[in-house]
Design a protein around this ligand. Structure first.
Ligand SMILES: *[C@@H]1O[C@H](CO)[C@@H](O)[C@H](O)[C@H]1NC(C)=O
Ligand SMILES: *[C@@H]1O[C@H](CO)[C@@H](O)[C@H](O)[C@H]1NC(C)=O
Length: 452
């Protein structure tokens, strides 16, 4: 690959050298002409040209907000999550589940890293099962640095009576937390909690078992509710609509950075937060996570967009590999595109409740046997409050697919120096155990490279 690139660079250099003088004169003319145009645009108020420029710049403001009516997760659903966690903790004889701000604390207590940034001073959400008339009920404590307690009390935690435990600068926060917990021998930690927090509890509770979250606890967040699925659907539909809107306005000769900028605008206009896309043209797409150059789009190139954004905390992830109307895509590349599309369909048919994750991954690989060495990554990942979360669809995973699970289905073929094709739609397992694309309401899978 390196050699190929060297040869190409050399060719460019030689051409530059031979046509040097002509090129300088031509560049001069082009600069003068551009200067003239820009002067015209800004000197003539309301001129057609100026309007046209501003239309191009703001051209996605006419995209309707696709998720205007989407509702955030209601308080009742948080109560339900907390109760189910308390039931599990009780049945496991555990005294608490402890989470740092992040996806798990957000799931059980609406405490994300947006509402509380992580620092060296722990702020922790602690859910503990308390017996009331012999029934476990969820009790929520928030361990907060003393001097930050007023700010901690502003956290919008849906729960009728959060108890705040304060630790002063000269105290050991883990000992302070341990002193309020019922004396049972097991504590489960958010598995994304930082090691020093984990270690702090181990030392503060030498006779207890401080463990990473039990699989039953993780399963709560893995299996999505109807409200979560509807947010995920809206976010993923909006992402696909934004890709299609940008696709319509693309031109041969544009740069990756321009297309990336258009995608960010389109994602914002359509109602998503923190939207962005990996945007790769031609052989740049052969490196699945990008190459770092700002290539222009040629007639023989595919353009690959891998896009995501969030809606009330829930993430989207959609990839399309597209061609433009004037594109002249080599036949072998079109054949790869069709095979990747087939792989996506085959994997989707295999992903029913009860199936084993590694078998779904293998199904996609069956359709791509010609390119075994070029389908270099797993088929998919879970998606929800995090863009990538457990469980995963990969070789070696014995995870069983269950109703409410959500996954990306994203086969790809990457031939370095030549071409990269990936197609990605996320899906969920409905109540009947069947996979349904989250993008289904807006057409689902891509039809062909011209109809994404
Ligand atoms: C969750 O927190 C967000 C702010 O991060 C807030 O807008 C929302 O109302 C909270 N949800 C509930 C149910 O309290
Ligand atoms: C929980 O503790 C009780 C009594 O201490 C014991 O009988 C039971 O088997 C324990 N359950 C589990 C899941 O460890």
């Amino acid at each position: 690959m390196e050699k190929r690139r060297d040869v190409r660079n050399l060719t460019f250099k030689l051409q530059d050298h031979n046509t040097g003088t002509v090129a300088y004169v031509l560049k001069g003319f082009v600069l003068i002409f551009l200067g003239f145009i820009i002067a015209r645009i800004y000197s003539t108020p309301g001129s057609d040209l100026r309007e046209r420029v501003s239309v191009t710049v703001n051209s996605f403001s006419d995209l309707p907000n696709h998720c205007e009516s989407a509702q955030p997760i209601p308080a009742t659903e948080f109560y339900n999550r907390q109760q189910r966690l308390a039931d599990i903790l009780h049945s496991l004889n555990a005294s608490a589940y402890i989470a740092e701000p992040g996806a798990n604390a957000q799931y059980f207590g609406n405490v994300s890293t947006t509402s509380w940034k992580l620092s060296e001073r722990p702020l922790l959400l602690i859910v503990s099962p308390i017996l009331e008339n012999d029934q476990p009920k969820a009790k929520i404590f928030v361990l907060t640095p003393s001097f930050e307690s007023s700010r901690a009390k502003l956290l919008p935690i849906p729960h009728d009576k959060v108890e705040y435990i304060e630790w002063t600068e000269d105290a050991n926060p883990y000992e302070v937390a341990a002193s309020v917990l019922p004396s049972r021998s097991k504590i489960y930690m958010d598995d994304a909690a930082r090691l020093f927090i984990f270690d702090g509890f181990r030392k503060a509770l030498p006779n207890a078992n401080v463990l990473p979250a039990h699989p039953d606890i993780k399963e709560l967040r893995q299996r999505k509710s109807e409200a979560e699925i509807s947010l995920l659907k809206c976010a993923n539909e909006a992402t696909l609509l934004a890709i299609r809107a940008v696709h319509k306005k693309m031109t041969i000769g544009m740069r990756e950075s321009e297309a990336r900028g258009m995608m960010s605008m389109a994602l914002r206009a359509i109602g998503l937060e923190n939207g962005g896309c990996l945007t790769l043209f031609g052989d740049n797409a052969a490196l699945p996570h990008g190459s770092g150059t700002d290539r222009t789009l040629r007639e023989s190139d595919f353009a690959l967009f891998d896009c995501g954004g969030s809606l009330h905390g829930y993430m989207s992830d959609v990839t399309r590999t597209v061609a433009l109307p004037p594109s002249k895509i080599p036949f072998e590349d079109l054949a790869i595109w069709m095979d990747v599309r087939t792989a996506q369909t085959m994997a989707s048919r295999a992903a029913i409740a009860g199936a084993v994750a590694q078998d779904v991954d293998a199904e996609a690989r069956l359709a791509l046997q010609k390119y075994t060495a070029y389908f270099t990554h797993r088929l998919g990942h879970g998606i929800g409050l995090e863009g990538h979360e457990t469980p995963y669809l990969r070789g070696g995973s014995l995870d069983i697919i269950k109703t409410g699970h959500t996954f990306s289905n994203e086969p790809g073929v990457y031939i370095e120096g030549k071409v990269g094709v990936r197609l990605e739609d996320c899906f969920y397992i409905n109540a009947n155990g069947q996979p349904v694309f989250l993008t289904e309401n807006v057409g689902g899978q891509a039809f062909d490279p011209w109809n994404p």
